[in-house]
Ligand binder design. Sequence first.
Ligand SMILES: Cc1ncc(COP(=O)(O)O)c(C=O)c1O
Length: 395
Amino acid sequence: MTDEFEFESLLSEEARHRAAPGLMVSASGAPSDIVADLLVGQPAEESLPLQAMVEAAKNTLPDRPELLLYGRRQGSLDLVEIVREKLRVFEGLEVDPEQIIITNGSGQGLDLTLRTFANRDQAVALDEASFGALFVRRISDYGCHIPWDTDGPLPNELEKAISEQHPALFYTIPTFQNPMGQTTTIQRRHELLEVCRKHRIPILEDDAYYELHYDGDRPPSMYELDGGSGMVVRAGTFSKILGAGIRLGWILTSSSLADRILPLKTDGGTSPFSSALATHFMQNHMEQHIAELQSIYRTRRDVMLEALDAHVGQNATWQKPNGGFFVWITLRRPGLVSTVLERCRAQGVLVRSGSVFRVDGANLGSIRLAFSHATHDQIRAGVEILGQAIKASTQ
Ligand SMILES: Cc1ncc(COP(=O)(O)O)c(C=O)c1O
């Protein structure tokens, strides 16, 4: 057998600094006999429009060789039109094509925006617990998490973080937050915008779940409330509507800021092939498909909430999310999280530790449960095992 090449001493500063050994194998580390996968924010399998995608490929591929060539850096103009149409239909928003960049999932948009504003030695402000911690960790060495109350991030805490840590930007997920499930109120959005305007802090509004709204209020986006000045970059995705495998998202901001972000995008053009499939699908099915998704996920959420009432009860607290994929539970005894996770895993229930959503890895005593991917029976069985694990850990 060939000796393994010793590369560790040759790594760039960046690669050495961001080392996270084991990342490549973590997906296969799951037990084989899974009772309930409440781990990842993946769409429900029956929601994936497989046949419609076959139709889209049949309709678009035969006479369009350019779909298998390099694409435009900004992305497919047809898909830009779809994003504009979606904003018009669902939000009554009018934007210019130059304000939109199509990205390889919204993850690329988040990464590009962070790289546009943050240097490695600068802090990034983000929500109390945030999916964004995964991205911030790659770009910057410092995250300042802004505590939330039931209305959203606390403006005075943001001001404090700004004066003490001078963050390069504020990354927030105001609608159906991942992992906390909560939504920032309209009043709070205005207050946060005011703080950021006063201190000249750009906002990265990660809006991955906007379409998946089940009930209650869904306030206008921070982008809309700001009026498109360029202070807010809003990132959206097709991952939750069409499935993450389509790898398409977008960012929306002022056209002049989009001009500064675009040069950092060096990917040969976001896949023209995927873009054509998504365009065809959305032209024909957008509103009906999104209504179906809302119905599927509303029911799954309710199944999870009922199971939590029945099996977890007083041992944890949680709030009902009005949209998105997650319920965030906080244990009465925060120190029990790792024991509870171990017990769940041993019994085939996969859930996410809340500490993953902190740049500093702090334990908030919370666990994220995804209700999007598991079936109703799996959700019930998973939450029952979770409830038993909490009780057993408490004794
Ligand atoms: C809040 C949030 N933002 C962004 C993403 C990234 O999604 P994608 O890169 O697939 O568009 C996710 C995926 O789970 C998410 O939950």
